[in-house]
Design a protein. Sequence first.
Length: 302
Amino acid sequence: MASQPDPDLASATTVQRNGAARQAITPELRRWIIEQAQAGHAAPVVLQSMRDAGWDEDVAAEAMEITLQDHLNAVAVQQGQPAAVPVPEPHLDESPAQVDCGDRTVNVLLTLARPRIVVFGGLLSPEECDALIAAARPRMARSLTVATKTGGEEVNDDRTSDGMFFQRGESPVIQRVEARIARLLNWPVENGEGVQVLHYRPGAEYKPHYDYFDPAEPGTPTIVQRGGQRVGTLVMYLNTPEKGGGTTFPDVHLEVAPQRGNAVFFSYERPHPSTRTLHGGAPVIAGEKWIATKWLREREFK
Ligand code: PD2
Ligand code: ZN
């Protein structure tokens, strides 16, 4: 049984900008929450103790989340990991079935907290998928990946697809899709790289990798001068392969089925395997696979 926080802790109030009184997350409360977690008390038990001591349910839940997140970050940094940074995140409080993205309503099909993965349905219309393939097709070349050893680009045997990059905002359909993504993920259009289109033929795959740039590689400082680290990825499926071609997350044994118009989003708050965002494109077994990927940076990508 979790001990109750000192009732006095619940009496501290601050006034928010909107004028509402709000209970403050004092250093004493933070310490108490961390002690409870370290003693092995489950979150619902700790929350109930706080409520019994007079804490508002929402404030208690927020205090727990912020405190434990800060604590885990501090521990990770002590262990030598890079510090966590803000990441794109859709508004999914209260588990909405759909998200209003301005010009289109997008379905929420699956969410995972850690690693942060969200699968969306109907992000793109069939017409938008076809338009992106048609615009990309004449510009395809064997895919290059960013070479973190040098900061340049190179052909990579782990990625046997063909690809191309659109310029950000280069056409009306690209502009529309980029504005929709910005609204969906609450991340500025300016922080996005240009959309990349990949085409996989039967047998082609993208072996498991991380999308962030490895801080240990000599080319990474040059790469991140432009917009900072990658902090999120949105893979949009432009067609439905007959067999194979799923997006896999080996650390959590998850495979997302590629379905035209759907998309998988994942974010990584630090460039480190602890994010468990290792992912790959499974070999296409029958048919072909077309995707459009939007990578999101920390800052404006000029
Ligand atoms: O094609 C995919 O499913 C896939 C897998 C892994 C795409 C990417 N990574 C990517 O575009 O980064
Ligand atoms: Zn990737």
